[in-house]
Design a protein around this ligand. Sequence first.
Ligand code: SAH
Length: 457
Amino acid sequence: MTKDQLPVEKNQLLQVTFEDLTHDGAAVAKIDNFPIFVQRGLPGERATIKVVKLKKNYGFGRLMETIEESQHRTEPPCPIFKECGGCQLQHLSYEGQLKHKQKHVRDVLERIGGITNAVVHPTLGMNEPWRYRNKAQVPFGEEEGGLVAGFYAERSHKIIDMESCMIQHEANDEVVQTVKTIAKKYGIRAYDDQKHKGTLRHVVVRYGKITKEIMVVLVTKGKELPNKKNIIEEIRSSIPNVKSIVQNINPKRTNVVFGDKTEVLWGEEVIYDFIGDIKFAISARSFYQVNPEQTKVLYDKALVYAKLTGKETVIDAYCGIGTISLFLAQKARHVYGVEIVPEAIADAKKNARLNHIENVNFAVGEAEKVMPWWYAQGIRPDVIVVDPPRKGCDEAFLETIVNMKPDRVVYVSCNPATLARDLKYLAEHGFEAKEIQPVDMFPHTTHVECVALIELK
Ligand code: SAH
Protein backbone atom coordinates (compact mmCIF):
# COMPACT_ATOMS: atom_id res chain seq x y z
CA MET A 1 0.00 0.00 0.00
CA THR A 2 1.25 3.49 -0.72
CA LYS A 3 0.64 6.26 1.80
CA ASP A 4 -2.43 7.66 0.01
CA GLN A 5 -4.03 4.21 -0.08
CA LEU A 6 -3.93 3.94 3.72
CA PRO A 7 -7.30 4.22 5.48
CA VAL A 8 -6.03 7.04 7.76
CA GLU A 9 -3.92 10.17 7.43
CA LYS A 10 -1.29 11.67 9.64
CA ASN A 11 -2.71 14.14 12.21
CA GLN A 12 -6.24 12.85 11.62
CA LEU A 13 -8.48 12.69 14.70
CA LEU A 14 -10.40 9.44 15.03
CA GLN A 15 -12.92 7.92 17.39
CA VAL A 16 -11.93 4.32 18.01
CA THR A 17 -12.56 1.34 20.26
CA PHE A 18 -9.42 -0.40 21.47
CA GLU A 19 -9.42 -4.15 20.92
CA ASP A 20 -6.27 -5.47 22.45
CA LEU A 21 -3.09 -4.71 24.37
CA THR A 22 0.29 -5.56 22.81
CA HIS A 23 3.31 -7.11 24.52
CA ASP A 24 4.74 -3.62 25.03
CA GLY A 25 1.59 -2.25 26.60
CA ALA A 26 0.09 -0.31 23.66
CA ALA A 27 -3.63 -0.51 22.97
CA VAL A 28 -4.62 -1.50 19.44
CA ALA A 29 -7.36 0.14 17.39
CA LYS A 30 -8.17 -1.16 13.92
CA ILE A 31 -9.41 1.01 11.05
CA ASP A 32 -10.41 -1.27 8.15
CA ASN A 33 -8.01 -3.85 9.60
CA PHE A 34 -5.16 -1.33 9.69
CA PRO A 35 -3.75 -1.41 13.26
CA ILE A 36 -2.92 1.75 15.15
CA PHE A 37 -0.96 1.48 18.40
CA VAL A 38 -1.74 3.85 21.23
CA GLN A 39 0.13 4.00 24.54
CA ARG A 40 -1.99 4.25 27.71
CA GLY A 41 -5.21 3.11 26.05
CA LEU A 42 -7.00 -0.03 27.29
CA PRO A 43 -8.99 -2.79 25.57
CA GLY A 44 -12.71 -2.06 25.45
CA GLU A 45 -12.28 1.69 25.76
CA ARG A 46 -13.73 4.20 23.32
CA ALA A 47 -11.42 7.11 22.77
CA THR A 48 -10.41 9.96 20.52
CA ILE A 49 -6.92 9.48 19.13
CA LYS A 50 -4.69 11.50 16.86
CA VAL A 51 -2.65 9.69 14.21
CA VAL A 52 0.97 10.70 14.80
CA LYS A 53 3.00 8.32 12.65
CA LEU A 54 2.28 6.01 9.74
CA LYS A 55 4.15 2.99 8.42
CA LYS A 56 3.20 0.70 5.57
CA ASN A 57 1.29 -1.83 7.63
CA TYR A 58 0.54 -0.01 10.89
CA GLY A 59 0.52 3.35 12.58
CA PHE A 60 0.88 5.08 15.95
CA GLY A 61 -1.64 7.30 17.63
CA ARG A 62 -1.78 9.57 20.66
CA LEU A 63 -4.58 9.23 23.19
CA MET A 64 -6.44 12.56 23.23
CA GLU A 65 -9.49 11.70 25.31
CA THR A 66 -11.16 8.58 26.65
CA ILE A 67 -14.88 8.64 25.91
CA GLU A 68 -15.80 5.40 27.67
CA GLU A 69 -13.32 4.15 30.24
CA SER A 70 -12.43 0.54 30.89
CA GLN A 71 -13.50 -0.75 34.30
CA HIS A 72 -9.86 -1.74 34.74
CA ARG A 73 -8.56 1.81 34.29
CA THR A 74 -6.97 3.31 37.35
CA GLU A 75 -5.26 6.59 38.17
CA PRO A 76 -1.46 6.06 37.91
CA PRO A 77 -0.13 6.90 41.37
CA CYS A 78 3.30 7.94 40.15
CA PRO A 79 3.61 11.63 39.20
CA ILE A 80 6.21 10.92 36.50
CA PHE A 81 4.50 7.87 34.95
CA LYS A 82 3.99 9.53 31.54
CA GLU A 83 7.40 11.12 31.15
CA CYS A 84 9.55 8.32 32.56
CA GLY A 85 8.58 5.32 30.45
CA GLY A 86 10.06 2.88 32.98
CA CYS A 87 6.57 1.51 33.74
CA GLN A 88 4.04 1.02 30.96
CA LEU A 89 0.96 -0.29 32.77
CA GLN A 90 0.28 1.90 35.81
CA HIS A 91 -3.04 3.03 34.26
CA LEU A 92 -4.26 -0.59 34.35
CA SER A 93 -5.47 -2.00 37.69
CA TYR A 94 -3.07 -4.55 39.18
CA GLU A 95 -5.63 -7.30 38.74
CA GLY A 96 -5.99 -6.22 35.10
CA GLN A 97 -2.21 -6.39 34.67
CA LEU A 98 -2.06 -9.96 35.99
CA LYS A 99 -4.87 -11.03 33.65
CA HIS A 100 -3.22 -9.28 30.70
CA LYS A 101 0.05 -11.11 31.37
CA GLN A 102 -1.65 -14.50 31.54
CA LYS A 103 -3.52 -13.84 28.29
CA HIS A 104 -0.37 -12.55 26.61
CA VAL A 105 1.54 -15.74 27.54
CA ARG A 106 -1.32 -17.93 26.33
CA ASP A 107 -1.61 -16.03 23.01
CA VAL A 108 2.13 -16.10 22.30
CA LEU A 109 2.46 -19.80 23.11
CA GLU A 110 -0.32 -20.54 20.67
CA ARG A 111 0.75 -18.14 17.92
CA ILE A 112 4.50 -18.82 17.95
CA GLY A 113 4.72 -22.27 19.52
CA GLY A 114 1.47 -23.85 18.33
CA ILE A 115 0.93 -24.87 21.96
CA THR A 116 -2.70 -25.25 22.90
CA ASN A 117 -2.77 -28.19 25.31
CA ALA A 118 -0.66 -26.80 28.14
CA VAL A 119 -2.41 -25.17 31.09
CA VAL A 120 -1.46 -21.52 31.50
CA HIS A 121 -2.15 -20.67 35.14
CA PRO A 122 -3.27 -17.26 36.44
CA THR A 123 -0.27 -14.98 36.98
CA LEU A 124 1.12 -15.07 40.52
CA GLY A 125 1.21 -11.45 41.62
CA MET A 126 2.40 -9.52 44.66
CA ASN A 127 0.26 -8.49 47.63
CA GLU A 128 2.03 -5.14 47.72
CA PRO A 129 3.21 -4.49 44.14
CA TRP A 130 5.20 -1.31 44.84
CA ARG A 131 8.74 -0.56 46.02
CA TYR A 132 9.87 -4.04 45.02
CA ARG A 133 13.19 -3.42 43.24
CA ASN A 134 16.42 -4.15 45.10
CA LYS A 135 18.61 -2.46 42.51
CA ALA A 136 18.61 1.10 41.19
CA GLN A 137 20.59 2.23 38.18
CA VAL A 138 20.32 5.98 37.76
CA PRO A 139 22.07 8.15 35.14
CA PHE A 140 23.50 11.60 35.95
CA GLY A 141 23.00 14.73 33.88
CA GLU A 142 23.28 18.49 34.26
CA GLU A 143 20.78 21.31 34.26
CA GLU A 144 21.15 25.04 34.87
CA GLY A 145 20.86 24.35 38.59
CA GLY A 146 23.66 21.76 38.51
CA LEU A 147 23.84 18.02 38.81
CA VAL A 148 20.67 15.95 38.34
CA ALA A 149 20.01 12.19 38.49
CA GLY A 150 16.92 10.55 37.10
CA PHE A 151 15.75 9.16 33.77
CA TYR A 152 16.08 9.96 30.08
CA ALA A 153 13.34 12.19 28.65
CA GLU A 154 11.51 10.41 25.84
CA ARG A 155 13.58 10.14 22.64
CA SER A 156 16.36 12.37 23.96
CA HIS A 157 19.64 12.45 25.84
CA LYS A 158 18.33 14.86 28.43
CA ILE A 159 18.20 13.59 32.01
CA ILE A 160 15.16 14.57 34.03
CA ASP A 161 15.75 14.81 37.75
CA MET A 162 13.86 12.30 39.89
CA GLU A 163 13.35 12.22 43.63
CA SER A 164 11.51 8.99 43.98
CA CYS A 165 10.63 5.91 41.96
CA MET A 166 7.60 4.00 43.18
CA ILE A 167 8.82 0.56 42.13
CA GLN A 168 12.17 1.13 43.80
CA HIS A 169 12.86 0.17 47.42
CA GLU A 170 12.86 3.30 49.62
CA ALA A 171 16.41 2.57 50.73
CA ASN A 172 17.63 2.83 47.14
CA ASP A 173 15.75 6.09 46.57
CA GLU A 174 17.37 7.57 49.65
CA VAL A 175 20.86 6.47 48.66
CA VAL A 176 20.48 7.95 45.17
CA GLN A 177 19.40 11.30 46.66
CA THR A 178 22.25 11.24 49.17
CA VAL A 179 24.88 10.46 46.56
CA LYS A 180 23.47 13.20 44.32
CA THR A 181 23.70 15.75 47.15
CA ILE A 182 27.26 14.73 48.01
CA ALA A 183 28.40 14.81 44.38
CA LYS A 184 26.80 18.24 43.97
CA LYS A 185 28.55 19.54 47.06
CA TYR A 186 31.94 18.56 45.65
CA GLY A 187 31.18 19.97 42.22
CA ILE A 188 31.44 16.64 40.40
CA ARG A 189 30.48 17.01 36.74
CA ALA A 190 28.04 14.62 35.12
CA TYR A 191 29.12 12.64 32.08
CA ASP A 192 27.77 14.09 28.84
CA ASP A 193 27.09 11.27 26.39
CA GLN A 194 26.94 13.64 23.39
CA LYS A 195 30.34 15.25 24.00
CA HIS A 196 31.78 12.14 25.71
CA LYS A 197 33.06 14.38 28.52
CA GLY A 198 32.57 14.70 32.27
CA THR A 199 32.97 12.31 35.20
CA LEU A 200 29.96 10.66 36.82
CA ARG A 201 27.89 8.40 34.56
CA HIS A 202 25.63 6.40 36.86
CA VAL A 203 25.01 5.55 40.46
CA VAL A 204 24.04 1.93 40.96
CA VAL A 205 22.64 0.86 44.32
CA ARG A 206 22.10 -2.74 45.42
CA TYR A 207 20.15 -3.51 48.54
CA GLY A 208 19.88 -6.79 50.41
CA LYS A 209 16.23 -6.74 51.50
CA ILE A 210 16.76 -9.29 54.26
CA THR A 211 20.23 -8.26 55.45
CA LYS A 212 19.61 -4.50 54.81
CA GLU A 213 23.15 -4.27 53.44
CA ILE A 214 23.81 -1.58 50.84
CA MET A 215 26.30 -1.40 47.99
CA VAL A 216 26.96 1.89 46.23
CA VAL A 217 28.60 1.77 42.80
CA LEU A 218 29.84 5.00 41.24
CA VAL A 219 30.28 4.54 37.51
CA THR A 220 32.75 7.04 36.14
CA LYS A 221 34.18 7.75 32.70
CA GLY A 222 37.81 7.60 33.85
CA LYS A 223 39.74 6.48 36.88
CA GLU A 224 39.72 9.97 38.29
CA LEU A 225 37.09 11.05 40.80
CA PRO A 226 37.88 14.44 42.36
CA ASN A 227 37.57 14.57 46.16
CA LYS A 228 37.31 10.80 46.29
CA LYS A 229 38.29 10.58 49.96
CA ASN A 230 35.72 13.13 51.11
CA ILE A 231 33.02 11.58 48.99
CA ILE A 232 33.67 8.14 50.49
CA GLU A 233 33.67 9.58 54.02
CA GLU A 234 30.38 11.38 53.46
CA ILE A 235 28.69 8.37 51.91
CA ARG A 236 29.78 6.30 54.89
CA SER A 237 28.54 8.79 57.45
CA SER A 238 25.22 9.50 55.71
CA ILE A 239 24.30 5.90 54.87
CA PRO A 240 24.72 3.76 58.00
CA ASN A 241 24.00 0.41 56.31
CA VAL A 242 26.51 0.84 53.52
CA LYS A 243 28.80 -2.21 53.41
CA SER A 244 30.50 -1.66 50.10
CA ILE A 245 31.48 1.39 48.04
CA VAL A 246 32.75 0.54 44.59
CA GLN A 247 33.94 2.49 41.57
CA ASN A 248 33.35 1.09 38.12
CA ILE A 249 35.17 2.67 35.21
CA ASN A 250 33.43 2.85 31.87
CA PRO A 251 35.48 4.84 29.34
CA LYS A 252 33.42 3.78 26.33
CA ARG A 253 30.90 5.67 24.22
CA THR A 254 28.04 3.34 24.98
CA ASN A 255 24.71 3.15 26.75
CA VAL A 256 25.81 -0.03 28.54
CA VAL A 257 26.08 0.97 32.20
CA PHE A 258 29.15 -0.92 33.40
CA GLY A 259 32.72 -0.91 32.14
CA ASP A 260 35.18 -3.76 32.62
CA LYS A 261 37.10 -2.34 35.59
CA THR A 262 35.74 -2.40 39.12
CA GLU A 263 37.62 -1.15 42.18
CA VAL A 264 36.56 -1.36 45.79
CA LEU A 265 36.82 2.15 47.30
CA TRP A 266 35.76 1.14 50.78
CA GLY A 267 34.42 -1.93 52.59
CA GLU A 268 33.68 -5.27 51.00
CA GLU A 269 33.59 -6.43 47.43
CA VAL A 270 30.13 -7.93 47.88
CA ILE A 271 26.96 -7.55 49.87
CA TYR A 272 24.94 -10.51 51.10
CA ASP A 273 21.29 -11.37 50.86
CA PHE A 274 19.00 -14.35 51.41
CA ILE A 275 16.42 -16.04 49.23
CA GLY A 276 14.61 -18.43 51.52
CA ASP A 277 17.30 -20.01 53.73
CA ILE A 278 20.10 -19.63 51.24
CA LYS A 279 22.64 -16.85 51.55
CA PHE A 280 24.06 -15.19 48.47
CA ALA A 281 27.11 -13.00 47.92
CA ILE A 282 26.34 -10.41 45.28
CA SER A 283 29.05 -8.42 43.53
CA ALA A 284 28.59 -5.19 41.59
CA ARG A 285 28.19 -6.75 38.17
CA SER A 286 26.67 -10.18 38.85
CA PHE A 287 23.16 -10.93 37.69
CA TYR A 288 20.81 -11.14 40.66
CA GLN A 289 17.03 -11.05 40.35
CA VAL A 290 15.68 -7.58 41.18
CA ASN A 291 12.49 -8.67 42.93
CA PRO A 292 13.51 -11.03 45.75
CA GLU A 293 9.99 -11.81 47.08
CA GLN A 294 8.80 -12.94 43.66
CA THR A 295 12.08 -14.71 42.98
CA LYS A 296 11.25 -16.96 45.91
CA VAL A 297 7.80 -17.60 44.39
CA LEU A 298 9.40 -18.38 41.02
CA TYR A 299 12.06 -20.73 42.41
CA ASP A 300 9.55 -22.51 44.64
CA LYS A 301 7.44 -23.20 41.57
CA ALA A 302 10.50 -24.41 39.65
CA LEU A 303 11.21 -26.76 42.55
CA VAL A 304 7.65 -28.09 42.56
CA TYR A 305 7.86 -28.74 38.81
CA ALA A 306 11.25 -30.47 39.22
CA LYS A 307 9.60 -33.06 41.56
CA LEU A 308 12.86 -33.97 43.24
CA THR A 309 13.06 -36.87 45.68
CA GLY A 310 16.75 -36.68 46.55
CA LYS A 311 17.93 -39.26 44.03
CA GLU A 312 18.11 -37.12 40.91
CA THR A 313 20.94 -35.79 38.83
CA VAL A 314 20.02 -32.26 37.75
CA ILE A 315 21.48 -29.76 35.30
CA ASP A 316 20.90 -26.04 35.92
CA ALA A 317 21.80 -24.23 32.71
CA TYR A 318 22.35 -20.45 32.59
CA CYS A 319 22.85 -20.63 36.35
CA GLY A 320 24.21 -17.13 37.08
CA ILE A 321 25.53 -17.00 40.65
CA GLY A 322 23.99 -20.41 41.33
CA THR A 323 20.71 -19.23 42.79
CA ILE A 324 18.49 -21.95 41.35
CA SER A 325 21.25 -24.59 41.54
CA LEU A 326 21.61 -24.21 45.31
CA PHE A 327 17.84 -24.36 45.76
CA LEU A 328 17.75 -27.60 43.76
CA ALA A 329 20.82 -29.09 45.45
CA GLN A 330 19.00 -29.31 48.78
CA LYS A 331 16.57 -31.80 47.22
CA ALA A 332 18.69 -33.60 44.59
CA ARG A 333 21.56 -36.08 44.53
CA HIS A 334 23.78 -33.85 42.43
CA VAL A 335 23.46 -30.59 40.50
CA TYR A 336 25.61 -29.41 37.59
CA GLY A 337 25.46 -25.67 36.84
CA VAL A 338 26.75 -23.91 33.73
CA GLU A 339 27.08 -20.20 33.06
CA ILE A 340 29.00 -18.04 30.57
CA VAL A 341 30.25 -15.26 32.92
CA PRO A 342 33.36 -16.36 34.88
CA GLU A 343 32.73 -13.91 37.78
CA ALA A 344 29.23 -15.33 38.21
CA ILE A 345 30.64 -18.86 38.47
CA ALA A 346 33.20 -17.62 41.02
CA ASP A 347 30.25 -16.21 43.01
CA ALA A 348 28.32 -19.47 42.55
CA LYS A 349 31.20 -21.51 44.03
CA LYS A 350 31.53 -19.03 46.88
CA ASN A 351 27.79 -19.28 47.51
CA ALA A 352 27.91 -23.08 47.60
CA ARG A 353 30.68 -22.94 50.25
CA LEU A 354 28.86 -20.21 52.17
CA ASN A 355 25.84 -22.50 52.51
CA HIS A 356 27.83 -25.72 53.05
CA ILE A 357 26.32 -27.25 49.93
CA GLU A 358 28.66 -29.84 48.45
CA ASN A 359 26.66 -31.75 45.86
CA VAL A 360 27.14 -29.15 43.10
CA ASN A 361 29.63 -28.60 40.28
CA PHE A 362 29.84 -25.37 38.35
CA ALA A 363 31.31 -24.95 34.88
CA VAL A 364 32.14 -21.77 32.99
CA GLY A 365 31.18 -21.75 29.32
CA GLU A 366 28.45 -21.52 26.76
CA ALA A 367 25.62 -23.84 27.71
CA GLU A 368 25.37 -24.97 24.07
CA LYS A 369 29.00 -26.18 24.19
CA VAL A 370 29.22 -27.49 27.76
CA MET A 371 26.01 -29.55 27.47
CA PRO A 372 27.22 -31.72 24.54
CA TRP A 373 30.51 -32.17 26.40
CA TRP A 374 28.68 -33.34 29.54
CA TYR A 375 26.66 -35.68 27.34
CA ALA A 376 29.87 -37.12 25.91
CA GLN A 377 31.12 -37.65 29.49
CA GLY A 378 28.09 -39.84 30.11
CA ILE A 379 26.13 -37.41 32.27
CA ARG A 380 22.43 -38.31 32.05
CA PRO A 381 20.32 -35.89 34.09
CA ASP A 382 16.85 -36.81 35.32
CA VAL A 383 15.81 -33.18 35.32
CA ILE A 384 17.14 -30.19 33.36
CA VAL A 385 16.39 -26.66 34.51
CA VAL A 386 17.06 -23.79 32.10
CA ASP A 387 16.88 -20.03 32.69
CA PRO A 388 18.27 -18.39 29.54
CA PRO A 389 18.48 -14.67 28.72
CA ARG A 390 15.81 -13.03 26.51
CA LYS A 391 17.03 -14.62 23.31
CA GLY A 392 16.21 -18.08 24.64
CA CYS A 393 18.17 -21.31 24.08
CA ASP A 394 20.51 -22.13 21.23
CA GLU A 395 19.38 -25.02 19.02
CA ALA A 396 22.55 -27.02 19.78
CA PHE A 397 21.56 -26.78 23.42
CA LEU A 398 18.00 -27.99 22.79
CA GLU A 399 19.34 -30.82 20.67
CA THR A 400 21.44 -32.01 23.62
CA ILE A 401 18.39 -31.92 25.90
CA VAL A 402 16.67 -34.20 23.39
CA ASN A 403 19.69 -36.55 23.36
CA MET A 404 19.92 -36.64 27.14
CA LYS A 405 16.24 -37.66 27.45
CA PRO A 406 15.57 -36.28 30.94
CA ASP A 407 12.18 -37.10 32.48
CA ARG A 408 11.44 -33.42 32.90
CA VAL A 409 12.60 -30.01 31.75
CA VAL A 410 11.78 -26.97 33.85
CA TYR A 411 12.09 -23.87 31.70
CA VAL A 412 12.31 -20.48 33.45
CA SER A 413 11.83 -17.71 30.91
CA CYS A 414 11.80 -13.91 30.87
CA ASN A 415 10.53 -13.79 27.28
CA PRO A 416 7.36 -15.68 26.30
CA ALA A 417 8.20 -15.39 22.58
CA THR A 418 11.46 -17.35 22.78
CA LEU A 419 9.91 -19.72 25.33
CA ALA A 420 7.21 -20.49 22.74
CA ARG A 421 9.80 -21.05 20.00
CA ASP A 422 11.86 -23.41 22.19
CA LEU A 423 8.79 -25.31 23.40
CA LYS A 424 7.86 -25.86 19.77
CA TYR A 425 11.26 -27.43 19.10
CA LEU A 426 10.96 -29.65 22.15
CA ALA A 427 7.40 -30.63 21.18
CA GLU A 428 8.66 -31.73 17.77
CA HIS A 429 11.30 -33.89 19.47
CA GLY A 430 9.37 -35.98 21.92
CA PHE A 431 8.56 -33.59 24.78
CA GLU A 432 5.29 -32.08 25.87
CA ALA A 433 4.64 -28.78 27.66
CA LYS A 434 2.24 -29.54 30.52
CA GLU A 435 1.91 -26.40 32.61
CA ILE A 436 3.04 -22.81 32.42
CA GLN A 437 3.06 -20.57 35.46
CA PRO A 438 3.46 -16.82 34.80
CA VAL A 439 4.98 -14.96 37.77
CA ASP A 440 4.84 -11.20 38.07
CA MET A 441 8.41 -10.19 38.82
CA PHE A 442 8.01 -6.67 37.42
CA PRO A 443 4.64 -5.14 38.40
CA HIS A 444 3.51 -2.11 36.33
CA THR A 445 5.87 -2.97 33.50
CA THR A 446 5.06 -5.22 30.55
CA HIS A 447 7.66 -7.82 31.49
CA VAL A 448 6.47 -11.27 32.45
CA GLU A 449 8.43 -14.22 33.78
CA CYS A 450 7.23 -17.81 33.32
CA VAL A 451 8.14 -21.23 34.56
CA ALA A 452 7.14 -24.14 32.36
CA LEU A 453 6.93 -27.84 33.10
CA ILE A 454 7.85 -30.02 30.12
CA GLU A 455 7.80 -33.82 30.22
CA LEU A 456 9.26 -36.54 28.08
CA LYS A 457 6.42 -38.22 26.20
N1 SAH B 1 19.46 -18.61 36.84
C1 SAH B 1 20.05 -17.37 37.26
C2 SAH B 1 20.46 -16.45 36.12
C3 SAH B 1 19.47 -16.26 35.01
S1 SAH B 1 19.85 -14.93 33.89
C4 SAH B 1 19.17 -16.66 38.25
O1 SAH B 1 17.99 -16.96 38.38
O2 SAH B 1 19.66 -15.77 38.93
C5 SAH B 1 20.57 -15.74 32.53
C6 SAH B 1 22.04 -16.07 32.70
O3 SAH B 1 22.48 -16.69 31.50
C7 SAH B 1 22.96 -14.88 32.92
O4 SAH B 1 23.68 -15.10 34.10
C8 SAH B 1 23.87 -14.90 31.68
O5 SAH B 1 25.20 -14.51 31.97
C9 SAH B 1 23.84 -16.35 31.26
N2 SAH B 1 24.13 -16.67 29.84
C10 SAH B 1 23.86 -15.95 28.74
N3 SAH B 1 24.19 -16.62 27.63
C11 SAH B 1 24.68 -17.82 28.02
C12 SAH B 1 25.18 -18.98 27.33
N4 SAH B 1 25.23 -19.02 26.00
N5 SAH B 1 25.58 -20.03 28.05
C13 SAH B 1 25.51 -20.01 29.41
N6 SAH B 1 25.05 -18.94 30.12
C14 SAH B 1 24.64 -17.87 29.44
